[in-house]
Design a protein around this ligand. Structure first.
Ligand code: ZN
Length: 141
């Protein structure tokens, strides 16, 4: 699985736009049915083969939704609840063969890659630990 480097925000109706280039790669267009299931803390999207039953994941989900005319797909409420996804949250998009994976985008500290206790300073994510170290450095000057 690799990151596409693409991050998209969930809109107020729990929809996310699938980037054009990914739609093309996966042969997804308006009205294409897409299976939605969970893989740990990731949402998996896969083009649904009509006539076949959706695969039921360990998470017990095998929901099929159609992509709308603007390449958007609605993330089911139960998935949003389970993964604590709210409108305006950013999701990072990964690809693996014929599947798309959406994962909550949590910017990591620019110094140490930590994702906990990260704040934004001048537009860059920095963790608390690094800030404390910086303060210490300054005091020792
Ligand atoms: Zn850090």
């Amino acid at each position: 699985m690799k990151s596409t480097g693409m991050v998209r925000r969930v809109d107020k109706l729990d929809r996310i736009v699938i980037p054009k280039e990914l739609c093309r790669a996966l042969e997804i267009e308006a009205k294409t049915p897409v299976e939605i299931f969970l893989d740990g803390s990731r949402i998996v999207l896969k083009k649904h083969n009509e006539g076949k039953l959706p695969a039921i994941s360990k998470g017990g989900l095998g929901i099929v939704r159609r992509v709308d005319d603007l390449d958007r797909i609605v993330i089911p409420k139960e998935v949003c609840n389970k993964l604590d996804i709210s409108p305006k949250d950013a999701l990072e998009i990964f690809v693996d063969e014929d599947k798309l994976f959406l994962s909550k985008y949590e910017p990591a500290c620019i110094f140490c890659n930590e994702v906990d206790n990260v704040i934004r300073f001048k537009g860059k994510p920095v963790c608390e630990k690094c800030i404390k170290e910086l303060v210490k450095e300054l005091k020792n000057k």
